[in-house]
Write a protein that binds this ligand. Structure first.
Ligand code: BGC
Length: 386
């Protein structure tokens, strides 16, 4: 019988700004108000209203047999103004954590998921050397206030995506288009991670890790130039980010979404896979097995912290989900120390510059299930040993 190890986490991942609604003190809230930044000028104003409806979210987890939940704390909620801590916001997150604990659902908490308090952003964001200090202070406070309840800590979500979209491609706040700045932000975030890691290690007893976006990069043509270009991109998007922090993590979180084919002449993504998500991303779940196996190199426990697809009609998600279990199991059988799988995402939400157009949820934004919600529950039942 196929079973995952005892204690394996089967969950969903979300992010505060994408589901809570009303994160008014954040830089994204300001950014969304500027016409042209978001598709059809949609905003996160209400989103899934999880700030008020988080109990319903936990019901969805329970209904689908999930034993883990990854969500983020919004720094802008906790410290809406410089040095002014909102105790009620901290209490709010404590309530969620308490309720998770009561329901025996493990928590994985992300401290930075792309969104800054606006006062930080206006002051230069992470390019301002003071920001790292403020970030460490905020994370330390979270460690002290929530450390008794959080099972797994994530310092930063996908430093490479933040660097790419906000500082290289100029799509996200603060809309810079500069490769050098992107690499610089990468270095700064890594340094911030290491400082937070060292600090949290003295405050909390549970594991602290980082989450990286790891794609499969392949050359479009099998010629020297494309192969070389692919290696460079893989280095810059993956190794450059993971290597410096690899000694300062208790686990590695992997977000895996797609395979891209690269061509040196036109340095753009080509999604060649026959099957594509609504976002046009090439679906290639075999890549999940590959990224797990390739990243055993770091000798750290691995969590798949995000894996999912935009599929409004839910036509491709069922197979995508069963493939996720198949390939994770295959890696486990080869001895990989994988400890959990978090699907992205629990319910439809504010998908950054695409607004609500891309639907990644097992449930829709009104929390109505897609068929995949039950399929996920059945897969968990089949594979879980607990
Ligand atoms: C991010 C999420 C995002 C998802 C789908 C991940 O890179 O962490 O915030 O919604 O991709 O685009």
């Amino acid at each position: 019988m196929i079973k995952f190890p005892k204690g394996f986490l089967f969950g969903s991942a979300t992010a505060g700004h994408q589901i809570e609604g009303g994160n008014t003190a954040s830089d994204w809230y300001r950014f969304e108000k500027i016409p042209g930044n978001i598709t059809r000028n949609q905003s996160s104003e209400i989103s899934a209203d999880s700030w008020n409806k988080w109990r319903e979210d936990l019901e969805l987890l329970k209904k689908t047999r999930q034993n883990a939940y990854r969500f983020s704390i919004e720094w802008a909620r906790v410290e809406p103004q410089k040095g002014k801590i909102d105790k009620k916001a901290i209490e709010h997150y404590r309530q969620i954590l308490l309720e998770l604990k009561q329901n025996k659902i493990k928590s994985m908490v992300t401290l930075f998921h792309f969104v800054l308090p606006d006062w930080v952003s206006r002051d230069g964001g992470f390019l301002n050397p003071k920001t790292t200090e403020y970030f460490v202070n905020y994370c330390t406070l979270m460690g002290k206030k929530l450390g008794d309840l959080v099972d797994l800590w994530v310092t930063i979500n996908e430093p490479q995506s933040y660097a790419l979209f906000a500082y290289v491609q100029g799509l996200w706040c603060p809309k810079k288009k500069n490769l050098y700045l992107g690499l610089k932000i990468g270095r700064i975030l890594n340094k911030a991670h290491i400082l937070v890691y060292k600090k949290l290690r003295t405050i909390v007893s549970n594991p602290v890790g980082i989450v990286e976006n790891i794609a499969i990069f392949e050359p479009l043509f099998n010629n020297f130039a494309d192969r070389l270009f692919t290696r460079i991109v893989n280095y810059l998007a993956t190794i450059y980010f993971i290597a410096p922090v690899s000694k300062y993590i208790d686990f590695l979180g992997i977000n895996y979404y797609y395979r891209v084919h690269l061509q040196h002449k036109k340095p753009i993504y080509h999604f060649l896979s026959r099957k594509k998500s609504d976002a046009g991303w090439g679906l290639y779940q075999k890549g999940l097995y590959k990224v797990i196996m390739e990243n055993l190199f770091w000798r750290k426990p691995i969590y798949i912290t995000e894996n999912g697809l935009a599929d409004e009609k839910d036509q491709k998600r069922p197979k995508f989900l069963s493939d996720a279990f198949f390939y994770t199991y295959k890696a486990l059988k080869k001895g990989a120390d994988v400890r959990g799988y978090f699907h992205w995402t629990l319910m439809d939400n504010f998908e950054w510059t695409s607004g609500y157009d891309l639907k990644f949820g097992l449930f829709d934004i009104k929390r109505q299930p897609r068929p995949s919600a039950q399929i996920y529950a059945n897969l968990i039942k089949k594979y879980s040993r607990d």
